[in-house]
Ligand binder design. Structure first.
Ligand code: DX5
Ligand code: ZN
Length: 223
């Protein structure tokens, strides 16, 4: 039996013309988290949405806003995202020079601090910050777009991070994002992931309650 996990659907694959309805549908289907992909066209080659959209959704939703900032120098905007209602703010280690300061600032503002690592970024980029973090996001595709294929070596990275967590006696969550499907769910959970982000493999298969059940059933498939 795999331990319980959180599914955080990535709104990037939702219908952008009906965002408030999509978020309401997630809540009605029993989801607790929603993953908000913020892209600036600089750190990644795509642009999505920012604090005003998140603030508007916040007024309509009680979901846990898991906010993934794929933006250069995120320290310029962490206060705006906290103010908009982000519960968790995740910044990329590659995007900020003073990562410790940015993480401390997120915590000071009252949000849960998290750090994301691109597939090729080694775990040592975040090793000394682990006691300060609520979550580490292991990117399992190169960020920028939904619907890409899972990069296989990232499974070892999740395993290595889980080993580091054990050896340091810590309890931060491990999130995986990119190419997550029911087919790799069990392997990711077994490697040590606690939060699975899914965009295309979730929103492409309504109704959402049934899709959540599919992920839950997949968690216990033999790997
Ligand atoms: C990628 C984003 C992901 C993306 C995942 O840059 O950070 O959250 O939406 O989409 P899928 O699940 O389709 O790979
Ligand atoms: Zn994401």
């Amino acid at each position: 039996m795999t331990p319980p996990f959180i599914l955080s659907p990535s709104l990037l694959s939702a219908d952008f013309g009906r965002l408030a309805d999509e978020v309401a549908a997630l809540e009605a289907a029993g989801l607790q988290w929603v993953h908000l992909d913020v892209m600036d066209g600089l750190f990644v080659p795509n642009i999505t949405f920012g604090p005003p959209i998140i603030a508007a959704l916040r007024r309509r939703s009680k979901l846990y806003f898991d906010t993934h900032l794929m933006i250069e120098r995120p320290e310029r905007y962490v206060a705006a995202f906290c103010e908009a209602g982000a519960n968790l703010v995740c910044v990329h280690a590659e995007a900020t020079v003073h990562l410790e300061r940015t993480v401390a600032e997120i915590a000071r503002l009252g949000a849960a601090p998290a750090v994301a690592l691109n597939p090729a970024t080694p775990l040592c980029a975040v090793k000394y910050l682990l006691p300060q973090l609520d979550m580490v996001l292991v990117m399992t595709v190169n960020p920028g777009f939904g619907g890409q294929s899972f990069i296989p070596f990232c499974l070892d990275k999740v395993r290595d991070l889980a080993a580091l967590r054990r050896s340091q006696g810590l309890s931060f969550r491990i999130q995986v994002d990119g190419g997550v499907t029911p087919d790799n769910t069990a392997a990711l959970l077994e490697a040590g992931a606690d939060v699975l982000v899914s965009g295309s493999a979730f929103f492409g298969h309504p109704p959402y309650k049934d899709r959540l059940d599919v992920f839950h059933a997949a968690a216990n498939r033999p790997t």
